[in-house]
Design a protein around this ligand. Structure first.
Ligand SMILES: Nc1ncnc2c1ncn2[C@@H]1O[C@H](COP(=O)(O)OP(=O)(O)OP(=O)(O)O)[C@@H](O)[C@H]1O
Ligand SMILES: Nc1ncnc2c1ncn2[C@@H]1O[C@H](COP(=O)(O)OP(=O)(O)OP(=O)(O)O)[C@@H](O)[C@H]1O
Ligand SMILES: [Mg+2]
Ligand SMILES: [Mg+2]
Lengths: 255, 255
């Protein structure tokens, strides 16, 4: 039975898509059977996986609407990991789901038949706390929260933690925060170090601030443009190590 | 009668809040009467203006719900520009507005009585294309689209342009794209230059790619943490010039 992990944070541009892709690639390179789910209408994960959202015959929108058919919608990413892809149609799902029955559990129903086929299912969430993100958290065992090491991202953390606590209280008592993943840490500036120490001061020990700090590097944007994960594009990059170590610790049950 | 400009892009972390704040400060320093509107439940603009979202007695959520009372909700930011502030309650507005009458024009009704008191009203939008952003675009004369000079941000531009065209066609024929504002341009990497030239190739001449390129600098995150606009915090920074020149060109009607 697979573990389902959401990568979520309503603050935009903190590295959710980058984390989903690179963690999935690292887990897969260690022998795990991994499925990525793109739950963002911008389809960043689908694009970064080397696919054209507009060229997809079926996407996760169709699956959510019909409540079935995930198996036939899964495609292979450019680096060999399975993906349930998205396109802009998914933006319709938010308004269409509002009046549906069991609207928060559509994704859970859709993923249920897949759970024996994979060890890990990673869901890339959009930068908002609407119905799609709610669907992701409602069906997840854990949530990984990337936090860019900058002031506004730090200030947004309280909001996502409150939201996760609400979902755990009202819909999914299994849901655990796996940790806050520091991203885009710029070693050349004091600002990042100050932000990271504030993050620890404010949220530890209730929530773990992961020590797999992902340093800022332009290699991430370059690798995304090529549809190649960082662990292949820039093997020796500290950021690649961070995602490999994160994958290893996840497999070892340390998170 | 004031001009209303939305700063919008569903791609997260591209500099929407930073642009709203610094453009507002620059316009105000040139004698314009400016109102900022925070339309994002994360309340980034409210925080960066030196205010505590949780300590607000009234916020834009109350105003949207009641359909009035904006004048009594406006507060002064730490740098002297008026702000219609937000807090996390605004996340409720999205679901509550769905079934309201004239749900797309709530913001227009609320801002109408203020239009004679200001020259420019700048609306900071959240990273999604839901009802709040729709309200902003439905009442705007122009939309400014910040685009980080990185691959995934480039790929998201088509999506926001299609959405703006839809709003112009169905709700607000005045709505114009003022331009794509290149942000976070890292001069040390080829990736930014490649992305910027692709942006121009793909979207000009239909849409203007503004030449006020905002270079990447940690000074932006530092200034936001202090609640001080970049034009005061780091006057000589090229990024401060970019926002000053953008303000000057807006006043001169060049955009
Ligand atoms: N450690 C890093 N160092 C430098 N750049 C990074 C890093 N991680 C991600 N990036 C880049 O930063 C940008 C934002 O990352 P990404 O798109 O993964 O964030 P996101 O949280 O998924 O954004 P959104 O909120 O729009 O979904 C991308 O251009 C990405 O390539
Ligand atoms: N030119 C720049 N150079 C470097 N950092 C910048 C620049 N502009 C903004 N930033 C920083 O990048 C981060 C993202 O910017 P900002 O929060 O303004 O984006 P946004 O589009 O409003 O994000 P969201 O999608 O979450 O609303 C912030 O930490 C901000 O301080
Ligand atoms: Mg993303
Ligand atoms: Mg913002």
């Amino acid at each position: 039975m697979s573990r389902i992990i959401s990568i979520a944070n309503h603050k935009g541009g903190v590295g959710k898509t980058t984390t989903t892709l690179n963690l999935a690639a690292a887990l897969s390179s260690m022998g795990r059977r991994v499925l990525m789910v793109d739950l963002d209408p911008q389809a960043g994960l689908t694009i970064a996986s080397g696919l054209e959202p507009d060229a997809l015959e079926r996407s996760i929108y169709d699956v959510l609407r019909r409540g079935e058919g995930a198996v036939d919608t899964i495609v292979r990413s450019s680096f060999g990991v399975d993906l349930l892809p998205a396109n802009i149609d998914l933006a319709l799902a938010e308004l269409e789901l509002v009046s549906a029955i069991a609207r928060e559990r559509r994704l859970a129903a859709v993923l249920a038949p897949l759970r024996d086929a994979y060890d890990d299912i990673l869901i890339d969430c959009q930068p908002s706390l609407g119905l799609l993100t709610l669907n992701a958290l409602a069906t997840s065992d854990g949530v990984l929260i990337p936090v860019a090491c900058e002031y506004l991202a730090l200030r947004a953390v309280r909001g996502i933690l409150l939201y996760v606590a609400k979902v755990r209280g009202q819909m999914n008592s299994q849901l655990r925060v796996l940790g806050l993943l520091p991203t885009m840490f710029d070693r050349r500036t004091r600002h990042a170090a100050t932000t990271l120490s504030q993050l620890k001061k404010e949220f530890e020990p209730k929530v773990k601030v992961l020590n797999h700090v992902v340093y800022r590097s332009i290699r991430f944007a370059e690798s995304t443009a090529k549809g190649v994960p960082i662990i292949e594009y820039a093997k020796a990059l500290p950021g690649a190590d961070a995602y490999r170590n994160l994958a290893r610790d996840l497999i070892a049950g340390k998170l």
